[in-house]
Design a protein around this ligand. Structure first.
Ligand code: COA
Length: 636
């Protein structure tokens, strides 16, 4: 590892605009803790503390991509001042923190990204996930599939408990599997200012039940027997039949709607509702359930949209309180949604886990359908009877529920959700021309946005940090300078394919290189977060680098993306992180690319449909550049 002085000199060589080097660095300030490579092979390495100089280099690269030369000059000055006066102190505090924690980032991340957020969980925080369409219509098929999905989920849960899951890998690196253990029996619990998380894995006794919702009513239903074995489909079906008979009328005040409220409001109402012991018991039963099953009513696609679009709306929010939002309990990590028309899915609370472990669960459920590996019949020992989970509510509670219904109705009406499959090629094409499919797709996003809005979008892409113990995520930020140049060249037009081809490769290589940095714990954004939090903890002013107009612009994402690959057709979706943002979850399969694009209708200059059109054009154009550019190259 170079000394801080050497590192700074290397940095100056990359950025010759910097006229002097940091005096503090020259004195040999303490270096940050590095990854412990001596850890035993079975244990994942600790998340390293990123190198400050490296982070600043990233910062300048990203700033330059979106700033004018005049603005960038000012940013350079601030970065120099920050490096001289603030960075080393913050980084030595971070090195101290890293010594004390398994993972210096994760406890912070859980608070900042999830538990301290006061915003409602749907539709930005909690993603929706959808199964391929099942072939049934009506209640019989619906209940049969509810039983099968529940049983398949229990098979998966048992595999987690027995440590039988296949090890997840990124290339040859094993990934942290801890998130799987947190999926079942877990619930977020609303509290004033900061929520709590109640993990099923921490329970003194494993739960044996699911919470089932129908027509706004909640029920407790066993899903495993006294010995912890999955209940047969027959037994599950009998219980579901009982639930259906007991829930034919609609509950006008479904408490679950409160879980779609702002967190402080829900915390206040939950606390008040829970003062009655019977209510408290019902809350406890729902929160400790292994998962929920929503036995939904009809769902009609909106005019101009497809059944798949409607399926995504069902998994994101339930399409409003007149439809199926009354059957949701958004605090639960795993909520299965069973439509009456063959469309099923899941809404999941994001705090305990990222998309890939959830996607693995969904793929596993589909494998059980493919293999027909269900237990159809069997006697069960020690079954508890199905129990209604009614709540005694005051007028104030009812008023709060009415308000929560109006809120989820407004969100459902506002969010444009489009599922889009690009069928001309899948990740096979970029692979065939030796470029990273993920970087290729990200470049298409940048080009599509640039063509619609004439500007470059600060872009968020999730990178996994699961190579590290307790790892969560970093941000593969865009656009980089090379992407900016490529979009500009495409705008000017009439450039020879050979030039476009070279610039396309430069943009993709820059993205791929940064992806590797992000996944290896050398990304920029979580380091900036650490500087902000450490400064606040120490009573220091906001680090000057975070007070720059460059950073403020970077922090306003206009494209928020995440790749979640699956083997079956299982698209995931989430809402945009700002009014003017596009939320894009994508699933590149070998021969097709699946996207779910969301936008807010109250922001008229964004449209999911328009974006899908431009995305298709961009993907086709990138392909043409790869093919024709390579041909022209070979003639040179
Ligand atoms: N030439 C040929 N093939 C290439 C290539 C190249 N230059 N570069 C990559 N490939 C291949 C890879 O080997 C891989 O092959 P496979 O299909 O056989 O597995 C495939 O193309 C895909 O690679 P790539 O597109 O580069 O990306 P990736 O699969 O490594 O994914 C991330 C990149 C960042 C999405 C991923 O690593 C990650 O972090 N995922 C987690 C995201 C997450 O947590 N999302 C959920 C948030 S809730």
């Amino acid at each position: 590892m170079p000394s801080p002085l050497q590192a700074w000199r290397q940095f100056r060589a990359i950025r010759p605009e910097l006229m002097y080097y940091s005096a503090a660095a020259a004195k040999g300030a303490p270096s940050v803790q590095r990854r412990d490579f001596s850890a035993p092979a079975s244990k994942l390495p600790k998340l390293p503390v990123p190198d400050g100089i490296h982070t600043l280099k990233h910062f300048l690269d990203f700033a330059e991509a979106i700033e004018s030369p005049k603005e960038f000059k000012q940013t350079l000055k601030t970065v120099q001042t920050f490096a001289d006066a603030e960075m080393l102190k913050l980084d030595s505090a971070l090195a101290e923190r890293a010594k004390k924690h398994n993972n210096w980032l994760t406890p912070w991340w859980l608070n900042v990204a999830y538990l301290e957020s006061r915003d409602p969980l749907p539709v930005v925080t909690s993603p929706g996930v959808n199964f391929p369409k099942f072939e049934y219509q009506g209640q019989t098929g619906q209940l049969d599939h509810a039983a099968k999905i529940a049983q398949a989920a229990i098979f998966f849960y048992k595999k987690i408990q027995r440590g039988e899951l296949k090890q997840d890998m990124a290339g040859s690196a094993p990934l942290d599997m801890a998130q799987y253990r947190l999926l079942f029996g877990t619930s977020r619990v609303p509290k004033k200012d900061k929520d709590e998380i109640r993990y099923g894995a921490d329970a003194a006794q494993s739960a044996r039940h699911a919470a089932v919702f129908r027509n706004g009513h909640a029920f407790r239903m066993d899903v495993v027997d006294r010995d912890g074995d999955p209940l047969s489909l027959d037994t599950l079906r009998q219980q579901l039949d009982e639930i259906v008979s007991a829930s034919e009328n609609r509950n006008l005040f479904p408490l679950g709607c409160m879980t779609a409220e702002k967190r402080d409001k829900w915390a206040e109402v939950r606390e008040s509702v829970g003062r009655l012991p019977s209510n408290r018991k019902s809350l406890d039963t729902i929160e400790s359930a292994l998962f929920t099953l929503a036995i939904d009513g009809p769902a009609q696609p909106l005019k101009g949209f497809t059944e798949r679009d409607e399926q995504a709306r069902q998994s994101l929010h339930g399409s409003g309180s007149e439809r199926n939002s009354v059957n949701r309990w958004f605090d639960k990590t795993v909520q299965f949604i069973i439509g009456d028309n063959g469309y099923c899915g899941m809404c999941y609370e994001h705090t305990p886990a990222e998309g890939p472990p959830v996607a693995t669960l969904m793929d596993f459920v589909m494998d059980q359908f493919d293999g027909r590996t269900f237990i159809a019949e069997g006697t069960s020992t020690g079954l508890s009877p199905v129990r209604r989970l009614d709540f005694e509510l005051t007028n104030d509670h009812k008023k709060a529920i009415e308000k929560a219904k109006r809120r989820i109705d407004a969100v459902a009406e506002d969010l444009e959700v489009l599922t889009y499959t690009f069928t001309r090629f899948g990740k096979n094409f970029p692979k065939s021309v030796k470029v990273s499919p993920d970087s290729f797709i990200q470049l298409a996003f940048a080009l599509a946005f640039h063509r619609i809005h004439g500007t470059l979008a600060p872009t968020y892409e999730t990178a996994s940090l699961r190579k590290f113990d307790e790892g969560r995520t970093e941000n593969i930020r865009g656009p980089n300078l090379q992407t900016a140049k490529f979009c500009q060249m495409m705008k000017i037009g009439n450039r020879p394919f050979v030039e476009l081809h070279e610039q396309l490769h430069a943009a993709i290589a820059a993205h791929k290189k940064y992806t590797a940095d992000a996944m290896n714990g050398a990304g920029m954004d979580r380091h900036l977060l650490a500087w902000r939090l450490l400064a606040a903890e120490k009573g220091l002013p906001l680090p000057s680098i975070l007070d720059t107009s460059a950073y403020k612009r970077m922090a306003h994402y206009q494209v928020s993306t995440s790749q979640v690959p699956t083997r079956h057709y299982i698209p995931m979706c989430f809402g945009p992180s700002a009014d003017d943002c596009y939320g894009i979850c994508y699933n590149p399969q070998e021969k097709e690319l699946h996207f779910t694009i969301t936008t807010f209708q109250h922001f008229p200059s964004t449209s999911s449909k328009r974006f899908a059109k431009e995305l298709e054009r961009a993907l086709n154009d990138l392909r043409a550049i790869c093919v024709k550019g390579a041909k022209e190259h070979s003639k040179l």
